[in-house]
Design a protein around this ligand. Structure first.
Ligand code: NAD
Ligand code: TYD
Length: 353
């Protein structure tokens, strides 16, 4: 008879996944936590150096697209719970190469669902498949309104379409086979350990190195930003107290136009780097827009706040200052991550813009 809860976290070497692994490993010393990650360009075990030797933690290099590898993993560990974060996550990459998004985000999720179903059939008691998704599945908002859990799906990019597909498969497995699931859809995250292809770390890195800061179109697009540790605490809460079959929206109630966000970041960077005010803003460069660029995302997270008592940190300025401080004092992390491959990607993405 097994005594410990055994939890699979997929994508735990990535940006959000590493914060989730740290949170669960630290909060639940009695669990056995298995981090399964393929270690793509976005996966980095350095993110987990501080907890890698904990007794309740183990890493398994696994590609969730490989059906046999997933089945073997389930046979080896007999998981009770799954927190599924592994994904291809960058919209721009999904535009230049959608295939990988279909494989990892859709096929990979179905492989996990099939393995869980085969293992759990007949005894769903105490079991949970928690699927981590994005607000981008709801499509793009105009100037008014917010996404609620009832908003109809209307994904617009290959990334969001692949995430929407995986959400539908998770719900279909719950409805058809009875597998216990919960889903959360979160807004844009920021914070330490984010790969510098996403807006905030890319801008911090470029400002630091006096390189142009590319702003797509006129910088009018709006995102709702959430500090990554707030997302990890919401995931912990939903995994333990969320209602089976439900969806929870997670957001920072913190909407920013890209150009305003970058200007704020420039002011913070000037102070941190002791540069005269206005120096970094001169680096802002408007470039060709992203094809099909969603105008605005905004999340109504009142269900999560009311039902489970979650709330995000109140100040974006504080979160951004912490993030900038982390990147400036972890330049080795940044140097290691900006490999030859990433430089090639960066050149191909921005040279013609
Ligand atoms: P990320 O790109 O930083 O990390 C993804 C991780 O998944 C990496 O460690 C990578 O190695 C791993 N991975 C990729 N393909 C894999 C495969 N085939 N098998 C096993 N592992 C694989 O992503 P992130 O920003 O941390 O996002 C994590 C999850 O949260 C994703 O599901 C994403 O859709 C969702 N999400 C992200 C945001 C955001 O703002 N970043 C917002 C809402 C939801
Ligand atoms: P991103 O971090 O890629 O997240 P997402 O596309 O999932 O929202 O981009 C955030 C916003 O910033 C989005 O509106 C696109 C814009 N953006 C730029 O203006 N310049 C850039 O170099 C990048 C990467 C993004």
């Amino acid at each position: 008879m097994k005594s410990k809860r055994v939890i699979l976290i997929t994508g735990g070497a990535g940006f959000i996944g590493s914060h989730v692994v740290r949170t669960i490993v630290s909060n639940y010393p009695d669990y056995r936590i298995v981090n399964a990650d393929k270690l793509t360009y976005a996966g980095n075990l350095e993110n987990l150096k501080d907890i890698e030797n904990k007794e309740n933690y183990v890493f398994e290099k696994t590609d969730i697209v490989d059906k046999k590898a997933v089945v073997d993993l389930f046979d080896k560990y007999l998981f009770d719970g799954i927190i599924h974060l592994a994904a291809e996550s960058h919209v721009d990459r999904s535009i230049t190469g959608p295939d990988e998004f279909v494989l990892t985000n859709i096929v990979g999720t179905v492989n996990l669902l099939n393995a869980a179903l085969a293992r759990w059939k007949g005894s769903f008691d105490g079991k949970l498949f928690y699927h981590i998704s994005t607000d981008e599945v709801y499509g793009s908002l105009g100037r008014e309104g917010m996404f609620t859990e009832e908003t109809a799906y209307d994904p617009k990019s290959p990334y969001s379409a692949s995430k929407a597909s995986s959400d539908h498969m998770v719900r279909a497995y719950n409805h058809t086979f009875g597998i216990p699931v919960v889903i959360s859809n979160c807004s844009n995250n920021y914070g330490p350990n984010q790969f510098p292809e996403k807006l905030i770390p890319l801008a911090i890195n470029n400002i630091k190195n006096n390189k142009p800061v590319p702003v797509y179109g006129k910088g009018e697009n709006i995102r709702d930003w959430l500090y990554v540790e707030d997302h990890a605490s919401a995931i912990d809460l939903i995994f333990h107290n969320g209602k089976i079959g439900e969806t929870y929206n997670i957001g920072g109630n913190n909407e920013w136009k890209n150009i305003d966000l970058i200007s704020l970041l420039c002011r913070i960077m000037d102070k941190k780097l002791n540069r005269p005010a206005g120096t970094s803003e001169k680096l802002i460069t408007f470039v060709k827009d992203r094809p099909g660029h969603d105008l605005r995302y905004a999340i109504d997270s009142s269900k999560l706040q009311k039902e489970l008592g979650w709330s995000p940190i109140p100040s974006f300025q504080t979160g951004l200052e912490k993030t900038v401080a982390w990147y400036l004092s972890n330049s080795k992390w940044l140097e290691n991550i900006i490999s030859g491959d990433y430089s090639k990607y960066y050149d191909s993405m921005y040279s013609g813009r």
